[in-house]
Ligand binder design. Sequence first.
Ligand code: PAP
Length: 324
Amino acid sequence: MSSTSVDYLRDELLTQETIDLISSLPKVKGWLVSEVCQFQGYWYTQAILQGLLLCQKRFEAKDSDIILVTNPKSGTTWLKALVFALLNRHKFPVPSSGNHPLLVTNPHLLVPFLEGVYYESPDFDFLGLPTPRLMNTHIPYPSLPESVKSSSCKIVYCCRNPKDMFVSLWHFGKKLAPKETADYPIEKAVEAFCEGKFIGGPFWDHILEYWYASRENPDKVMFVTYEDLKKQTGVEIKRIAEFLGCGFIEEGQVEEIVKLCSFESLSNLEVNREGKLPNGIETKSFFRKGEIGGWRDTLSESLAAEIDRTIEDKFQDSGLKFSS
Ligand code: PAP
């Protein structure tokens, strides 16, 4: 565990308005943070809730915007890198002569995280971002700012097998969680996960709401999975490019983007091995194993079965299957 928790898990920047709202919300003792509160059906840290509220109030989507959406630990960093490289392939060709932004900057600093930025820097100038603006969020579909839903902006949603997502969050949390939950038993964490009462939960509603939105409105919401990205990165990049209207991309360019953004490439860069985000998170904590099915190293059979039962129960009528 790091010696201090990170800014977006701390509550020092909370406004009186958020504090008043939180006092009226349901709360549970949390895994990863001491307490999470429920707002519009989902569980949040106080800080992220404040970021969400400001985002709902202030963010004005433009038709040209591109918003990447994930549950935490479902491929956010990777998707940011891939779409950034894709959109900027003319300005920053790959392979690069060594000056590609992804070689010297962590993807989280190239693509702003909406609710995180609204919490940490509420006056951040979103209008100053280059067009098309590329941003990411974990905000659930029903809680998105109205203009995101009503504009023609595009949403790319990436989901991951929930067992791998849980395990990734579990290891991330062990590094970052405040003292009081650092020794949280994994059995209790799985219970919180399967009850949906953890940061960003319930994971099934998050996934299913974007899944159905992508089926109802495929020109607006694209659904990709971490597993497909892993198995056929090039094919998925081309699908994303087509969805975003990026125009023709040469095969060789696709391969170079795949290589530049691969786990091996990004995780070995100095900036990602030794860097820190302004909120204190070490960039290396976004790169652990980057595998499909890595949950087997961490989950006992009975804990995996508990998550499987939840998946079976929540996704059975959806037509959505997770590969593992
Ligand atoms: P975030 O939501 O907090 O930003 P996110 O990037 O979604 O985190 O998740 C990190 C996971 O993506 C890690 O998975 P693991 O714990 O199972 O290993 C991390 O290793 C993986 N990851 C990061 N970059 C890549 C990449 N380029 N290719 C594949 N997986 C990656």
